[in-house]
Write a protein that binds this ligand. Structure first.
Ligand code: 0X9
Ligand code: ZN
Length: 443
């Protein structure tokens, strides 16, 4: 995994020094000359991406390469006097205006597999996530149901799995509710796996007395993949692209809005960029993105019952709570005491460091500031395993899935238990009585 991370990092930092695809692919020879990998028969079409092209151009000097980059093509490979990069037809037109004719053009996403690299097959791509959620729901018809909270830019359904013994799908329920979310950021794949495993854990242990008691008293929503387009893009090609944002086409070759800068509370303040090419691009307006709109509607339709929200991210092993847009603590002293108690308790459970979000850095427009600021929902960002880039960063390998989940069961159960009255956390600092059973095996 370390190797994959380093390759990805090199590809980012120094496109001319690293091959972004396996040796021998797309080096300017035609498809007939090289053995191109074929997508598996079942691979979903990468909706909306058919305009993405692998383009090879003769560009022997740095000035020529800059001219290529100026069209918006992302240069991935320098090969003798040629460069190979990813772009669109409009960019080819711009190349031609400058007298640079492409030597080779192929449709990138038809040629490349759209899945995790072989060693990381345990992670779920979007289709696999759908299937897994369906399988989990099918195991417990009186408890689990699935519904769609909205659609992504590329029209993928954003899915929620609900655990409620009395209500299914969108039916109303008066029970205290909690929401677990994953993968606002595409490359943070472990943040899909943890809530997904939580769903399976709760369903498979539904007849154990403690879990059964918990399930009968709560309304639990699990939304493991808020940014499906970004996830599919990040893994397309059989290598990781280090993609963070969604897949909005910003124009001029730039892709994506940072969904965790797009929420409409103190939107556009510190730690968010107005530049579309930035990885922390806030978007053109608060809630401009269908993915954040979907979360907004989901939360607002249930704002009377959702008391706690946990948004999983990776990595750094942190437990963060509002504010993130300001160094000030939240003004409500009782709530702050509850936040600190919850974060502290969960820190002891996991070994993660509890802190106010802005201790990490100021960032505006994130999910948790909005959920707290607009709706007084106690909201946490978990930065999951690993601790550092050098332990695997965004791509810590398949072995991290079970260990990270096992380390995160207790805080999840603790929050579910507290969802009737989170303020209780400050009154009784005792840890949850629930004793989770670690899982083993996996896919
Ligand atoms: O920057 C983010 O969106 C989160 N970190 S990540 O590495 N997963 O991208 C942290 C958000 C925490 N919120 C604030 N610092 N406001
Ligand atoms: Zn993140």
């Amino acid at each position: 995994m370390q190797r994959v991370w380093l390759a990805a990092a090199l590809a980012l930092c120094s496109p001319s020094a690293a091959l972004a695809a396996p040796d021998g692919y797309f080096d300017g020879r035609s498809a007939a000359e090289v053995e191109l990998p074929r997508p598996p028969a079942t691979a979903p079409a990468a909706a909306g991406l058919d305009s993405r092209l692998w383009i090879v151009v003769r560009a022997p000097t740095k000035q020529a390469r800059t001219a290529v980059a100026d069209t918006g093509i992302s240069i991935e490979q320098v090969y003798g006097d040629r460069v190979g990069g990813i772009g669109t037809r409009a960019m080819i037109d711009r190349l031609k205006e400058q007298g640079l004719a492409p030597i080779h053009v192929s449709e990138l996403d038809r040629l490349l597999p759209a899945d995790f690299p072989p060693e990381d097959q345990a992670y779920h791509n979007y289709q696999e996530l759908r299937k897994e959620l369906e399988a989990i729901a099918a195991r417990a018809p009186g408890l689990a149901s699935i519904f769609v909270i909205g659609h992504s830019h590329q029209n993928r359904e954003i899915l929620a799995l609900r655990l409620n013994t009395d209500a299914a799908g969108r039916q109303k329920s008066g029970k205290p509710a909690i929401a677990f979310m994953g993968t606002h950021h595409a490359r943070e794949h472990l943040s899909t796996e943890v809530p997904l495993m939580l769903a399976a854990y709760l369903v498979d242990k539904r007849n154990e007395p403690e879990i059964s008691a918990l399930l009968s008293r709560r309304d639990i929503f699990i939304l493991p993949m808020i940014n499906p387009d970004g996830v599919e893009h990040d893994i397309s090609g059989g290598f990781y692209r280090m993609h963070r944002k969604n897949m909005r086409e910003n124009g001029r070759g730039s892709i994506g809005v940072d969904l965790n800068r797009n929420y409409g509370f103190h939107w556009g303040e510190g730690g968010a960029s107005d530049r579309p090419d930035s990885d922390i691009y806030r978007g053109p307006a608060p809630f401009s993105e269908p993915e954040t709109q979907a979360v907004k509607s989901f939360v607002e339709e249930r704002k009377d019952t959702i008391k706690i929200l946990l948004s999983y991210h990776t990595f750094s092993e942190l437990i963060l709570y509002p504010w993130g847009h300001s160094y000030d603590p939240i003004p409500d002293a009782e709530a702050l005491a509850a936040y600190r108690a919850m974060a502290g308790t969960m820190g002891r459970m996991t070994g993660y460091t509890p802190q106010q979000s802005s201790e990490l850095y100021i960032a505006s427009g994130d999910t948790t500031d909005w959920a707290w600021g607009a709706h007084r929902i106690f909201s946490f960002t978990f930065e999951l395993t690993p601790k550092t880039m050098w332990d695997g960063g965004f791509y810590p390998g398949a072995d991290a899935i079970n260990t990270t989940f096992n380390n995160n069961i207790r805080p999840a159960l603790y929050l579910i238990e507290l969802a009737d009255d989170p303020y209780r956390a400050a009154r009784t600092l005792s840890q949850t009585q629930l004793k989770p059973t670690p899982v083993s095996g996996g896919r």
